[in-house]
Design a protein around this ligand. Sequence first.
Ligand SMILES: Nc1ncnc2c1ncn2[C@@H]1O[C@H](COP(=O)(O)OP(=O)(O)OP(=O)(O)O)[C@@H](O)[C@H]1O
Length: 253
Amino acid sequence: MSKILEISGLTKNYHDAPDSEDILKNLNLTVNEGDFLCILGPSGCGKTTLIRCIAGFEEYEGMIKVDGKKVEKPGIDRIMVFQDFNQLFPWKTVRKNIQYPLKINGITDKAELDRIAREHLELVGLSEYGDFYPHQLSGGMKQRVAIAKGLALNPKIILMDEPFASLDAMTRNKLQEELWRIKEKENATVIFITHNIQEALVLGTRILLLSKQGKIKIDMENNVAKPVTPASEGYGEMWKKFNDALWEEDEEN
Ligand SMILES: Nc1ncnc2c1ncn2[C@@H]1O[C@H](COP(=O)(O)OP(=O)(O)OP(=O)(O)O)[C@@H](O)[C@H]1O
């Protein structure tokens, strides 16, 4: 398995106050191609800051390499999907939303643009919705379009910051299933932040628990066989391990 992401000595401070503490301090992490890495951790431990650094949205100290290349700015090799439903241009149709970043990145042939949009709409189960505008879609459908739009760029890493946190439980379960199916089909590498231990167990092939300043408290392979349900062998043990660790974090802060 090849290393797709290598982080060494990552330190981040927003320097918003003269004596402000580092948000991330000397973090080291390697992610292999095809990993689905879920990140848990108490509020404020630096999860979003970490993936913003990987996305190239932040300056940082240390080294972040994606496929051997230093991250210095955003790039189409790393796409980010957020929790917010408003990640799409409201004045563009679903199809045009998917095609816009492709055009910016040099694909101008109309037939090619249509093919890519068609394939990715099909991938997220929205073949019939290419001509719809974002305001005509539900929250779950908008998140599917955001995923399709990112995948269309054929990224090396998909960064997801609680993408399903604002969805109702049923839609969330459905999107988790879909995301897993897509990850398997595309052999995608995903880094996924969540506050939900169940979600981490359902999706993750590996689960990290971060504590203050991005310290890695747990880094575990998730060996519970997919599809994961609370009745799966090993589920209860894993859930308890992460739950206890999160409570411990809460008490320490
Ligand atoms: N732009 C910024 N300027 C200054 N401080 C910031 C900025 N962004 C985040 N922080 C601070 O960095 C710390 C970590 O924030 P971050 O959003 O990375 O945490 P998180 O683990 O993702 O939290 P949550 O689970 O609540 O989303 C917090 O103390 C936050 O206030």
